[in-house]
Design a protein. Structure first.
Length: 85
C-alpha cells in the first residue's frame, strides 16, 4: 500500500484520485523503489494499462513519435495552442 495525501486538506479527494491510487497500489510491489531500481519507462510500463483502463488516461508507450503523447503547453489568442510538445 502506498501513502498519499490530497490537497487542499479541507476537500475530499475526487473520484479520479481514488482510481489512480488503486492503480499504483495494484503494482506497488513491482515498482517499489526500496526493492527495485527501475528506469522510469519500466515504471510507466507497469502503470500504463491500469491508468488507461481505470482513469481513461492516454499514456506514452515509447520514445518514438508514434509512442509519444503530444500536449499543448502554451496557449495564445483565442485559446489556440502556440506550442505543442
Amino acid at each position: 500500500m502506498i501513502n498519499w495525501q490530497y490537497y487542499p486538506k479541507s476537500d475530499a479527494a475526487p473520484e479520479i484520485a481514488g482510481k489512480i491510487i488503486a492503480v499504483f497500489n495494484a503494482v506497488s510491489s513491482e515498482i517499489d523503489s526500496t526493492t527495485h531500481t527501475l528506469e522510469s519507462n519500466s515504471v510507466l510500463g507497469a502503470l500504463s494499462a491500469g491508468l488507461t483502463a481505470a482513469a481513461g488516461f492516454t499514456v506514452e508507450t515509447d520514445k518514438t513519435a508514434e509512442g509519444k503523447v503530444t500536449v499543448p503547453v502554451l496557449f495564445g489568442r483565442n485559446g489556440r495552442p502556440e506550442k505543442v510538445v
